[in-house]
Design a protein around this ligand. Structure first.
Ligand SMILES: *Cc1c(COP(=O)(O)O)cnc(C)c1O
Length: 478
């Protein structure tokens, strides 16, 4: 708020309000100085916010290859669909007969997403992926409890390439986490999994393709081992955009899944939400689902029903309904042909960029990747002193948003690129060119990269200070 504050301080266009008239006894934190509220014209305010907008980099500004987070194109028309007053003007406590259209949309979205994932039923209550994980684990717990094995089955197996939310959700749901190492090929080590699976196994959490961008070729063996031990298989669907319309988690042997509608199905994210992490399951778990599902009656009308042995609500009302509306618009506009095509393009784009870089940037895993790939810059760091962070900052100077850094944890000096399906060949060529240039700079003039970025609104931030002493609220001295 620099502009507004400076003008206020000069006194220009500043309206001074008298101190508020609240009795001392009732409000001890009464303001002692006069409040100086800026009074600016509409044009000045417009310019101020446009200026702020220009300083922020988003998918509308350019290439944004943030791996594992899928900052992809979110068609504006879906926003318009979700903003229709018949959707956006609803109140969650409205009587059922006044929200039939919304119920039909929930019912149809559930059917479409179950078809895409190979599940039988789905809840839209969870508000994000991690929230879906927690919900899915509660379903697994309810299943074992009902079979009288709740006490015994206390462990959740999680591969070491997993997203951090997986072990966190398992711990939150009251399970012990058992870490399963990956082999040198980036896939789950089958022997280690076999050793870990047993009578105390409640289930496995896995994302496929995994967070190093590889489709685990042994997926049927993996889910077979866990089922053989009496556990259930949970699919973290955050990477579904690599395989949607091509293979289904239900056919890979998974019993419970979550989707991140805000990653795969066209809701922008990165600003903190709202998101949606629907949880799907096979029929034998459907009775435990939380909240209420939109059911179709015989006469074609819809009603909300709570499953018979529901674990209870995990969120108020029906979840983030408008995110579901956007997902449904996306599914309808892409259709049965467009959905696999989006996945194929995402995989093609990632492989194209990977190929253009692999002669100079060492890749964490060789061969074909899925929708994302991970570079391992540890050798470059050894040779030149330039780190993954320095390259990321150099990308900022070149006008590109950096990829995900230092994740997954099993790769050192990791840079993880996910170009997404919507980038053109020209954009990928430009990105490759810039990365090759940064490599030359790393070899010839590493200092330049240690100092990057120099062309951004703020230079390199002190991330240690920011983590240790976060300023959690906006403040300034008068
Ligand atoms: C993003 C992500 C999650 C968590 O999803 P949120 O919606 O951010 O809670 C879980 N697993 C993977 C692989 C992810 O990329």
């Amino acid at each position: 708020m620099k502009l507004i504050f400076e003008r206020g301080a000069e006194g220009r266009g500043c309206s001074i309000l008298p101190p508020c008239d609240v009795p001392e006894v009732e409000f001890s934190r009464k303001r002692e100085t006069k409040l100086c509220l800026p009074s600016l014209s509409e044009t000045e305010i417009n310019r101020h916010y446009s200026e702020l907008e220009k300083q922020v980099y988003g998918v509308n500004s350019g290439f944004y290859p943030l791996g594992s987070c899928t900052m992809k194109y979110n068609p504006k028309v879906n926003e318009a669909a979700a903003a229709l007053p018949g959707f956006s003007g609803l109140h969650p406590l409205q009587p059922e007969h006044t929200v039939q259209g919304a119920l039909e949309l929930l019912n149809r979205s559930e059917k479409a997403l179950c078809e895409i994932t190979g599940m039988d039923r789905m809840t839209f209550q969870p508000a994000a992926g991690a929230h879906g994980e927690f919900t899915g684990l509660l379903l697994i717990k309810a299943y074992h409890q009902k079979r009288g094995e709740g006490e015994k089955r206390t462990k959740i197996l999680v591969p070491d390439s997993a997203h951090g939310t997986n072990p966190a959700s398992a711990a939150m749901a009251g399970f012990k986490v058992v870490n399963i190492p990956s082999g040198p090929d980036g896939c789950v080590d089958l022997e280690k999994l076999q050793e870990a699976a047993g009578e105390d196994t409640a289930g496995l959490m896995l994302t496929n393709p995994n967070t190093v961008g590889l489709f685990d070729k042994n997926i049927l063996e993996i889910t077979g081992i866990v089922h053989g031990a009496g556990g259930l298989c949970y699919y973290d669907g955050a990477n579904l955009n690599a395989v949607m319309g091509i293979v289904r988690p239900g056919d890979m042997g998974f019993d419970v899944i979550h989707l991140n509608l805000h990653k795969t199905f066209s809701t922008p994210h990165g600003g903190g939400g709202p998101g949606s992490g629907p949880v799907g399951c096979k029929e034998f778990l459907a009775a435990f689902l939380p909240g209420k599902a939109a059911e179709r009656r015989e006469d074609g009308t819809y009603e909300f029903e709570t499953p018979a042995e529901s674990i209870g609500a995990v969120r108020s009302f029906w979840g983030n309904f408008l995110v579901v509306a956007k997902a449904y618009a996306y599914i309808l506009s892409l259709g049965a042909e467009g959905i696999p095509e989006a996945a194929e393009s995402a995989v093609l784009n990632a492989n194209y960029l990977k190929k253009k870089l692999e002669d100079i940037y060492p890749m964490a895993y060789p061969g074909t990747c899925m929708h994302e790939f991970v570079m391992d810059l540890s050798k470059i760091k050894e040779k030149t002193g330039v780190t993954a962070l320095d390259i990321a900052k150099g990308l900022l100077d070149g006008g590109i948003h950096p990829p995900t850094m230092y994740f997954p944890l099993i790769v050192h000096e990791a840079l993880m690129f996910e170009p997404t399906e919507t980038e053109s060949r020209e954009t990928l060529d430009e990105a490759a060119e810039l990365l090759r240039k940064l490599y030359r700079t790393a070899c010839e003039n590493p200092k330049e990269l240690h100092e990057a970025p120099i062309h951004t609104p703020v230079r390199r931030l002190d991330e240690v200070q920011a983590a240790r002493k976060p300023v959690l609220r906006y403040s300034y001295d008068l």
